[in-house]
Design a protein around this ligand. Sequence first.
Ligand code: GRF
Length: 203
Amino acid sequence: MSGERKVRLGVIGSGKGSNFVALAQACRDAKLPAEIAVVLSDVAESGILKHAVDFGLPARFIAPGPFRTKLDESAESNYVTALREARVDLVVLAGFMRILKGGFLAAFPRRVINIHPALLPAFPGLASWKQALDHGVKVTGCTVHWVDQGIDTGRIIAQQAVPVLDGDTAETLHERIQQAERVLYPQTIGELIRKGVVKVAVA
Ligand code: GRF
């Protein structure tokens, strides 16, 4: 029955996994009323999978298929199956470097979120911290948003501003944005759960 178990998160990423670690720590310390049911990656040697193993969580590499920026049809279906088998209530993208298409999103309607290292709708796409520096903005930040079929275009849920400091390099700015992400992502998911926006699926 609904409410008898914790909300189950399925985390998907391609990279070092610092957001995943923040989420896993928040779940472990009961700051986030959820549990991580499965961690999936399209990169076999990714940091996120290694961290998941260190946390003792189920972690799987699922081959993405031949395309560079999206999953092919059979890969997409493998991801959906793995998330369904893990009875995931919310799909949490944490540095997943591929665009998710309609088939995946239809399997998890309004249940896929992402974090982006800029104040959307400014600077979507890659290396947003560098885009921010190149434009000379004085404030950038990070955004948690619902995922739709566009690139970082889904409805915004929460944002955290990060000032650009004199002398910032791409590396120093990126690191401060990532520090903000590690606070904002667990906090925002916690709020979505506490407000009942994200719930335990009844089935
Ligand atoms: C984060 O900066 C996130 O905003 C972006 O990808 C990065 C993932 O970093 N979508 P990590 O793998 O969580 O360290």
